[in-house]
Design a protein around this ligand. Structure first.
Ligand code: ACO
Length: 322
Protein backbone atom coordinates (compact mmCIF):
# COMPACT_ATOMS: atom_id res chain seq x y z
CA UNK A 1 0.00 0.00 0.00
CA UNK A 2 1.33 3.43 -0.93
CA UNK A 3 0.54 6.23 1.52
CA UNK A 4 0.89 9.98 1.07
CA UNK A 5 2.90 11.01 4.10
CA UNK A 6 3.62 14.54 5.35
CA UNK A 7 7.36 15.03 4.86
CA UNK A 8 7.47 18.70 5.85
CA UNK A 9 5.33 21.71 6.68
CA UNK A 10 5.90 25.44 6.26
CA UNK A 11 3.90 28.61 6.57
CA UNK A 12 4.19 32.30 6.03
CA UNK A 13 2.35 35.28 7.50
CA UNK A 14 2.71 38.86 6.25
CA UNK A 15 4.61 41.12 8.63
CA UNK A 16 1.84 43.69 8.99
CA UNK A 17 -0.49 42.99 11.91
CA UNK A 18 -3.89 44.65 12.32
CA UNK A 19 -5.26 44.38 15.85
CA UNK A 20 -8.86 44.75 16.95
CA UNK A 21 -7.83 48.09 18.46
CA UNK A 22 -6.64 49.19 15.02
CA UNK A 23 -10.05 48.25 13.61
CA UNK A 24 -11.77 50.33 16.31
CA UNK A 25 -10.19 53.38 14.63
CA UNK A 26 -11.49 52.35 11.20
CA UNK A 27 -15.11 51.32 11.94
CA UNK A 28 -17.81 51.18 14.59
CA UNK A 29 -16.62 48.09 16.43
CA UNK A 30 -14.79 47.13 19.62
CA UNK A 31 -12.06 44.77 20.65
CA UNK A 32 -14.48 43.31 23.19
CA UNK A 33 -17.22 42.59 20.60
CA UNK A 34 -14.78 40.95 18.19
CA UNK A 35 -13.15 38.78 20.87
CA UNK A 36 -16.48 37.73 22.39
CA UNK A 37 -18.19 36.85 19.07
CA UNK A 38 -15.20 35.41 17.20
CA UNK A 39 -12.21 34.87 19.50
CA UNK A 40 -10.09 36.91 17.06
CA UNK A 41 -7.51 39.33 18.50
CA UNK A 42 -5.44 40.22 15.46
CA UNK A 43 -4.85 39.30 11.83
CA UNK A 44 -1.95 39.59 9.37
CA UNK A 45 -2.50 41.67 6.25
CA UNK A 46 -0.43 41.50 3.07
CA UNK A 47 1.68 44.52 2.11
CA UNK A 48 0.98 46.21 -1.24
CA UNK A 49 3.79 44.28 -2.92
CA UNK A 50 2.69 40.90 -1.50
CA UNK A 51 0.27 38.62 -3.32
CA UNK A 52 -1.19 35.16 -2.84
CA UNK A 53 1.63 33.64 -4.92
CA UNK A 54 4.37 35.42 -2.96
CA UNK A 55 2.88 34.22 0.35
CA UNK A 56 2.44 30.69 -1.01
CA UNK A 57 5.97 30.67 -2.43
CA UNK A 58 7.51 31.46 0.96
CA UNK A 59 5.39 28.79 2.67
CA UNK A 60 6.43 26.27 -0.01
CA UNK A 61 10.13 27.10 0.41
CA UNK A 62 9.87 26.59 4.17
CA UNK A 63 7.99 23.30 3.78
CA UNK A 64 10.56 22.06 1.24
CA UNK A 65 13.39 22.98 3.62
CA UNK A 66 11.64 21.11 6.44
CA UNK A 67 11.17 18.06 4.20
CA UNK A 68 14.68 18.26 2.70
CA UNK A 69 13.38 18.16 -0.88
CA UNK A 70 14.68 20.01 -3.95
CA UNK A 71 12.71 21.55 -6.84
CA UNK A 72 13.63 18.58 -9.02
CA UNK A 73 11.86 16.23 -6.60
CA UNK A 74 8.48 17.99 -6.95
CA UNK A 75 6.13 16.27 -9.38
CA UNK A 76 2.80 17.90 -8.45
CA UNK A 77 1.76 21.34 -7.15
CA UNK A 78 -1.80 21.99 -5.97
CA UNK A 79 -2.83 25.35 -4.54
CA UNK A 80 -6.11 25.87 -2.70
CA UNK A 81 -7.01 29.53 -3.08
CA UNK A 82 -10.00 31.78 -3.63
CA UNK A 83 -7.84 34.87 -4.13
CA UNK A 84 -5.48 34.18 -7.06
CA UNK A 85 -3.06 36.90 -8.22
CA UNK A 86 -4.39 36.82 -11.77
CA UNK A 87 -7.30 35.26 -13.70
CA UNK A 88 -4.60 33.10 -15.25
CA UNK A 89 -2.08 31.59 -15.04
CA UNK A 90 -2.83 29.80 -11.80
CA UNK A 91 -1.08 30.62 -8.55
CA UNK A 92 0.32 27.07 -8.71
CA UNK A 93 2.05 27.83 -12.04
CA UNK A 94 3.42 31.12 -10.69
CA UNK A 95 4.85 29.35 -7.64
CA UNK A 96 6.18 26.54 -9.83
CA UNK A 97 8.12 29.04 -11.96
CA UNK A 98 9.61 30.83 -8.97
CA UNK A 99 10.63 27.55 -7.33
CA UNK A 100 12.33 26.44 -10.53
CA UNK A 101 10.19 23.31 -10.90
CA UNK A 102 9.84 22.28 -14.54
CA UNK A 103 7.18 20.15 -16.22
CA UNK A 104 5.26 18.88 -13.19
CA UNK A 105 1.48 19.47 -13.26
CA UNK A 106 0.49 22.57 -11.31
CA UNK A 107 -3.04 23.85 -10.80
CA UNK A 108 -5.32 25.71 -8.38
CA UNK A 109 -8.33 24.27 -6.62
CA UNK A 110 -11.10 26.76 -6.03
CA UNK A 111 -13.11 25.51 -3.08
CA UNK A 112 -12.93 28.61 -0.86
CA UNK A 113 -12.13 27.75 2.77
CA UNK A 114 -12.06 24.03 1.90
CA UNK A 115 -9.36 24.51 -0.77
CA UNK A 116 -6.58 22.96 1.27
CA UNK A 117 -8.48 19.76 2.16
CA UNK A 118 -9.67 19.52 -1.45
CA UNK A 119 -5.98 19.79 -2.46
CA UNK A 120 -4.98 17.08 0.01
CA UNK A 121 -7.71 14.81 -1.33
CA UNK A 122 -6.41 15.24 -4.90
CA UNK A 123 -2.72 14.93 -4.09
CA UNK A 124 -3.41 11.85 -1.98
CA UNK A 125 -5.14 10.19 -4.94
CA UNK A 126 -2.24 11.06 -7.28
CA UNK A 127 0.28 9.60 -4.86
CA UNK A 128 -1.73 6.48 -4.06
CA UNK A 129 -2.14 5.67 -7.75
CA UNK A 130 1.51 6.31 -8.60
CA UNK A 131 0.86 9.59 -10.46
CA UNK A 132 3.18 11.55 -8.18
CA UNK A 133 5.85 10.84 -5.57
CA UNK A 134 6.40 14.27 -4.06
CA UNK A 135 3.62 16.85 -4.03
CA UNK A 136 3.27 20.36 -2.68
CA UNK A 137 -0.19 21.14 -1.32
CA UNK A 138 -0.50 24.82 -0.56
CA UNK A 139 -3.26 26.93 0.95
CA UNK A 140 -2.66 30.62 0.27
CA UNK A 141 -4.92 33.65 0.50
CA UNK A 142 -4.99 37.43 0.43
CA UNK A 143 -8.54 37.87 1.71
CA UNK A 144 -7.75 41.48 2.65
CA UNK A 145 -8.12 42.25 -1.09
CA UNK A 146 -11.78 41.13 -1.10
CA UNK A 147 -12.63 42.50 2.34
CA UNK A 148 -14.88 45.54 2.58
CA UNK A 149 -13.07 47.53 5.24
CA UNK A 150 -16.21 49.62 5.72
CA UNK A 151 -18.40 46.62 6.62
CA UNK A 152 -17.91 45.76 10.28
CA UNK A 153 -19.97 42.57 9.82
CA UNK A 154 -17.24 40.96 7.69
CA UNK A 155 -14.05 43.09 7.94
CA UNK A 156 -13.22 41.90 11.44
CA UNK A 157 -13.22 38.22 10.43
CA UNK A 158 -10.51 37.74 7.81
CA UNK A 159 -6.72 37.70 7.43
CA UNK A 160 -3.95 36.80 4.97
CA UNK A 161 -1.39 33.99 5.04
CA UNK A 162 -0.17 30.74 3.50
CA UNK A 163 0.75 27.24 4.52
CA UNK A 164 2.18 24.26 2.67
CA UNK A 165 2.71 20.57 3.23
CA UNK A 166 5.08 18.38 1.26
CA UNK A 167 3.45 14.99 0.72
CA UNK A 168 5.65 12.04 -0.21
CA UNK A 169 4.90 8.47 -1.24
CA UNK A 170 5.75 6.13 1.63
CA UNK A 171 5.18 2.57 2.87
CA UNK A 172 4.46 4.01 6.28
CA UNK A 173 0.96 5.32 7.04
CA UNK A 174 0.29 8.94 6.22
CA UNK A 175 -3.11 10.06 4.95
CA UNK A 176 -5.64 7.44 6.11
CA UNK A 177 -8.83 8.86 4.59
CA UNK A 178 -10.16 11.97 2.88
CA UNK A 179 -13.70 13.08 2.10
CA UNK A 180 -14.79 16.14 0.15
CA UNK A 181 -18.28 17.44 -0.64
CA UNK A 182 -20.14 20.40 -2.11
CA UNK A 183 -23.68 21.73 -2.27
CA UNK A 184 -24.15 24.71 -4.58
CA UNK A 185 -27.61 25.45 -3.16
CA UNK A 186 -26.12 27.93 -0.71
CA UNK A 187 -24.35 30.17 -3.23
CA UNK A 188 -25.73 33.48 -1.93
CA UNK A 189 -25.13 32.82 1.77
CA UNK A 190 -21.40 33.39 1.36
CA UNK A 191 -20.04 34.90 -1.84
CA UNK A 192 -18.18 37.65 -3.66
CA UNK A 193 -20.79 38.75 -6.21
CA UNK A 194 -18.33 39.96 -8.87
CA UNK A 195 -15.82 38.34 -11.20
CA UNK A 196 -14.76 37.64 -14.74
CA UNK A 197 -17.87 36.33 -16.46
CA UNK A 198 -20.41 38.09 -14.30
CA UNK A 199 -18.79 41.39 -15.26
CA UNK A 200 -15.95 43.46 -14.05
CA UNK A 201 -17.87 46.61 -13.11
CA UNK A 202 -17.89 45.76 -9.43
CA UNK A 203 -14.29 44.65 -9.50
CA UNK A 204 -13.14 47.81 -11.30
CA UNK A 205 -15.06 49.95 -8.86
CA UNK A 206 -13.27 48.17 -6.03
CA UNK A 207 -16.44 46.52 -4.78
CA UNK A 208 -15.59 42.85 -5.22
CA UNK A 209 -16.13 42.07 -1.56
CA UNK A 210 -17.12 39.13 0.60
CA UNK A 211 -20.84 39.13 1.44
CA UNK A 212 -22.20 36.73 3.98
CA UNK A 213 -25.19 35.74 6.06
CA UNK A 214 -23.17 35.19 9.22
CA UNK A 215 -25.83 33.46 11.29
CA UNK A 216 -26.75 30.93 8.60
CA UNK A 217 -23.09 30.18 7.84
CA UNK A 218 -22.37 29.74 11.52
CA UNK A 219 -25.08 27.10 12.07
CA UNK A 220 -24.23 25.20 8.93
CA UNK A 221 -20.48 25.22 9.71
CA UNK A 222 -20.94 23.72 13.19
CA UNK A 223 -23.17 20.88 11.98
CA UNK A 224 -20.91 20.17 9.02
CA UNK A 225 -17.65 19.94 11.00
CA UNK A 226 -19.30 17.33 13.20
CA UNK A 227 -20.76 15.31 10.28
CA UNK A 228 -17.63 15.35 8.15
CA UNK A 229 -15.36 14.29 11.00
CA UNK A 230 -17.71 11.45 11.93
CA UNK A 231 -17.97 10.32 8.29
CA UNK A 232 -14.20 9.93 8.08
CA UNK A 233 -13.90 8.16 11.43
CA UNK A 234 -16.73 5.75 10.50
CA UNK A 235 -15.03 5.01 7.21
CA UNK A 236 -11.99 3.79 9.13
CA UNK A 237 -14.05 1.87 11.72
CA UNK A 238 -12.50 4.15 14.28
CA UNK A 239 -13.74 6.38 17.07
CA UNK A 240 -13.23 9.96 18.22
CA UNK A 241 -10.75 8.78 20.84
CA UNK A 242 -8.39 7.69 18.04
CA UNK A 243 -7.74 11.32 17.16
CA UNK A 244 -4.87 12.98 18.99
CA UNK A 245 -5.39 16.42 17.44
CA UNK A 246 -8.37 18.04 15.74
CA UNK A 247 -7.21 20.81 13.37
CA UNK A 248 -10.34 22.53 12.05
CA UNK A 249 -10.62 25.40 9.60
CA UNK A 250 -10.12 28.54 11.66
CA UNK A 251 -13.21 30.65 11.02
CA UNK A 252 -14.39 31.61 14.47
CA UNK A 253 -13.57 30.36 17.97
CA UNK A 254 -17.27 29.86 18.72
CA UNK A 255 -17.65 27.62 15.67
CA UNK A 256 -14.53 25.66 16.69
CA UNK A 257 -15.71 25.22 20.30
CA UNK A 258 -19.25 24.24 19.28
CA UNK A 259 -17.93 21.70 16.75
CA UNK A 260 -15.46 20.24 19.28
CA UNK A 261 -18.26 19.91 21.85
CA UNK A 262 -20.55 18.09 19.41
CA UNK A 263 -17.69 15.79 18.49
CA UNK A 264 -16.76 15.14 22.10
CA UNK A 265 -13.21 16.45 21.54
CA UNK A 266 -11.77 18.23 24.61
CA UNK A 267 -10.42 21.69 23.67
CA UNK A 268 -6.96 20.60 24.93
CA UNK A 269 -6.78 18.41 21.79
CA UNK A 270 -8.00 21.10 19.39
CA UNK A 271 -5.55 23.37 17.56
CA UNK A 272 -6.91 26.91 17.44
CA UNK A 273 -4.98 29.83 15.94
CA UNK A 274 -7.95 31.95 14.91
CA UNK A 275 -7.13 34.40 17.73
CA UNK A 276 -3.81 35.27 16.07
CA UNK A 277 -4.56 34.73 12.36
CA UNK A 278 -8.35 35.33 11.99
CA UNK A 279 -9.97 33.44 9.11
CA UNK A 280 -7.39 32.88 6.37
CA UNK A 281 -9.68 30.58 4.33
CA UNK A 282 -7.66 27.88 2.51
CA UNK A 283 -4.51 28.80 4.44
CA UNK A 284 -5.97 28.35 7.91
CA UNK A 285 -5.43 24.60 8.43
CA UNK A 286 -1.79 24.45 7.24
CA UNK A 287 -1.03 27.62 9.25
CA UNK A 288 -2.50 26.06 12.40
CA UNK A 289 -0.77 22.76 11.70
CA UNK A 290 2.62 24.40 11.21
CA UNK A 291 2.29 26.32 14.46
CA UNK A 292 1.35 23.20 16.47
CA UNK A 293 4.20 21.17 14.96
CA UNK A 294 6.70 23.93 15.68
CA UNK A 295 5.58 24.46 19.27
CA UNK A 296 5.89 20.71 19.89
CA UNK A 297 2.23 19.84 20.50
CA UNK A 298 1.87 17.70 17.35
CA UNK A 299 4.49 14.96 17.17
CA UNK A 300 5.40 12.26 14.65
CA UNK A 301 3.03 9.32 14.94
CA UNK A 302 0.08 11.43 16.17
CA UNK A 303 -3.28 10.94 14.48
CA UNK A 304 -4.74 14.17 13.12
CA UNK A 305 -8.14 15.17 11.81
CA UNK A 306 -8.56 18.21 9.56
CA UNK A 307 -12.06 19.51 8.84
CA UNK A 308 -12.98 22.44 6.63
CA UNK A 309 -16.10 24.28 5.55
CA UNK A 310 -16.45 27.17 3.14
CA UNK A 311 -18.28 29.00 0.39
CA UNK A 312 -20.07 26.89 -2.16
CA UNK A 313 -20.85 25.39 0.27
CA UNK A 314 -17.86 23.08 0.17
CA UNK A 315 -16.59 20.90 2.99
CA UNK A 316 -14.14 18.12 3.58
CA UNK A 317 -11.92 16.26 6.01
CA UNK A 318 -8.60 14.47 6.16
CA UNK A 319 -7.49 11.92 8.74
CA UNK A 320 -3.80 11.11 8.83
CA UNK A 321 -0.88 9.80 10.80
CA UNK A 322 1.63 12.63 11.07
N1 ACO B 1 -18.66 45.15 15.87
C1 ACO B 1 -19.71 45.51 16.63
N2 ACO B 1 -20.96 45.13 16.36
C2 ACO B 1 -21.16 44.35 15.28
C3 ACO B 1 -20.11 43.93 14.45
C4 ACO B 1 -18.82 44.38 14.78
N3 ACO B 1 -17.74 44.02 14.05
N4 ACO B 1 -20.62 43.17 13.46
C5 ACO B 1 -21.94 43.09 13.67
N5 ACO B 1 -22.29 43.81 14.76
C6 ACO B 1 -23.60 44.01 15.36
C7 ACO B 1 -24.74 43.78 14.37
O1 ACO B 1 -24.99 44.94 13.62
C8 ACO B 1 -25.87 43.44 15.31
O2 ACO B 1 -26.38 44.63 15.85
P1 ACO B 1 -27.96 44.81 16.11
O3 ACO B 1 -28.32 43.76 17.12
O4 ACO B 1 -28.06 46.21 16.62
O5 ACO B 1 -28.62 44.59 14.79
C9 ACO B 1 -25.20 42.68 16.45
O6 ACO B 1 -23.80 43.01 16.37
C10 ACO B 1 -25.36 41.18 16.37
O7 ACO B 1 -25.08 40.76 15.02
P2 ACO B 1 -25.12 39.25 14.59
O8 ACO B 1 -24.78 39.17 13.14
O9 ACO B 1 -26.41 38.62 15.05
O10 ACO B 1 -23.93 38.67 15.48
P3 ACO B 1 -23.46 37.17 15.64
O11 ACO B 1 -23.42 36.84 17.08
O12 ACO B 1 -24.20 36.26 14.72
O13 ACO B 1 -21.97 37.25 15.15
C11 ACO B 1 -20.60 36.70 13.26
C12 ACO B 1 -21.68 37.63 13.84
C13 ACO B 1 -19.35 36.84 14.12
C14 ACO B 1 -20.33 37.13 11.85
C15 ACO B 1 -21.13 35.25 13.33
O14 ACO B 1 -22.40 35.15 12.75
C16 ACO B 1 -20.19 34.32 12.65
O15 ACO B 1 -19.08 34.14 13.06
N6 ACO B 1 -20.65 33.64 11.60
C17 ACO B 1 -19.83 32.72 10.87
C18 ACO B 1 -19.33 33.43 9.71
C19 ACO B 1 -17.95 33.02 9.30
O16 ACO B 1 -17.11 32.64 10.07
N7 ACO B 1 -17.75 33.16 8.02
C20 ACO B 1 -16.49 32.98 7.48
C21 ACO B 1 -16.53 32.32 6.20
S1 ACO B 1 -17.21 30.72 6.30
C22 ACO B 1 -16.12 29.85 7.05
O17 ACO B 1 -14.96 30.13 6.99
C23 ACO B 1 -16.62 28.73 7.82
Amino acid sequence: MIYARVAGIGSYLPEKVVTNKDLEKMMDTSDEWIRERTGIKRRHVAADDETTSSLGLEAARRAMDAAGVEPDDIDLIVVGTATPDKVFPSVACMIQRRLGVRGAPAFDVHAACSGFVYGLDLANRYIQTGGAKTALVIGAETLSRITNWEDRGTAVLFGDGAGCVVLQASDEPGILATHIHADGEYEELLHVPAGVSLGYEETRAGRAFIEMNGNAVFKRAVATFDNIARETIRDLDGEIGDIDWFVPHQANMRIIKAAAKRLGMPMERVIATVDEHANTSGASIPLALDQAVRDGRIKRGDTLMFAAFGAGFTWGSTMLKY
